[in-house]
Each structure stands twice: as C-alpha cells, then as structure tokens.
Design a protein around this ligand. Structure first.
Ligand code: HEM
Length: 118
C-alpha cells in the first residue's frame, strides 16, 4: 500500500496548539511525536520547538544514537508530498541554486543528443 502523504501546511497545522497533535519532519518523513514528548531524554522542549516543522538538522546535530533512530520509526505516519524547502540558516552552503533558462535547457538537451549520436 502507498504511504500516506501530507502537505507542509498539514504538518504545520499539527504544532500542538489548540489541542492538535505534534508532528515533525525528519528527512522528508512525517512523525507524530505527541506521545514521545514527555519521554524524550533530551527534554520535551527540544521537540516542541520544532512542532509542525522540519527538525532534520536539529535531530542530526544532537548526535542521536541508532536507538533514537529506531525509536523514531514507531512514530512514522507518512511522508511529505512536497519538496521541503530548507531554511537559509539550515543550509550547509549558501550557494544559491542555479536554474537553467528554457533556452539553456534545450541547448543542454541538444548536446546530450549529440553525444549519443556520435
Ligand atoms: C526534534 C528534534 C530533536 C532534538 C533537537 C533532539 C535533541 C536531543 C538531545 C540534545 C539529546 C541529548 C540529551 C542528553 O544528553 O541529555 C537527545 C537525546 C535523545 N533523543 Fe532527541 N531530539 C529530537 C528529537 C528526538 C526524537 C523525535 C526522538 C525519537 C523518537 C529522539 C530520541 C532521543 C533519544 C533516544 C535520546 C537519548 C540519547 C540517544 O539514544 O541518542 N529525539 N535528543
């Protein structure tokens, strides 16, 4: 069966406010960590800070053990349907992405075709 998908807006709505659940995103996977908050060895606040948001970098930087990653699996509820934009402060490099113009794209295609023809 296909895995449940969620939009970023749906994840953002589950940020613990007004009795909602607490969802976080780690590497494109959505976790409902509501029942884990009080059990978190690092304290609940570290998790609620990322309620409804992408916590990939914080999760990785905490140097979690493989036990922590195994724990995480229990809370998996689906995946994000959209590409998760990485906030500027979380990017490893501040190099901006180069996107090709339509004419540059067709030139690239032409060159690829050429390579396969000779
Ligand atoms: C949302 C972002 C998260 C942050 C920033 C974070 C941060 C931390 C930090 C700083 C510690 C060390 C605490 C200490 O040494 O006293 C810790 C420990 C731990 N965290 Fe998290 N945590 C997050 C989410 C999670 C999640 C979702 C899980 C699993 C469901 C998890 C599982 C654990 C476990 C099992 C430990 C104990 C040490 C280990 O086995 O790695 N954490 N966390």
């Amino acid at each position: 069966m296909l895995e449940q998908t969620y939009t970023l807006a749906q994840v953002a709505a589950n940020n613990g406010s007004e009795g909602s659940r607490v969802w976080i995103i780690i590497k494109g996977v959505v976790y409902d960590v509501t029942d884990f908050i009080d059990k978190h060895p690092g304290g609940g606040e570290l998790i609620t800070e990322y309620a409804g948001k992408d916590a990939t970098k914080a999760f990785n930087q905490a140097g979690h053990s493989s036990d922590a990653s195994a724990d995480l699996k229990k809370y998996r509820i689906g995946i994000v349907a959209e590409k998760v934009p990485v906030p500027a402060e979380n990017r490893y490099s501040n190099q901006s992405q180069i996107s090709l113009t339509p004419s540059a794209k067709s030139e690239k295609r032409r060159r690829i075709k050429f390579l396969f023809c000779v």
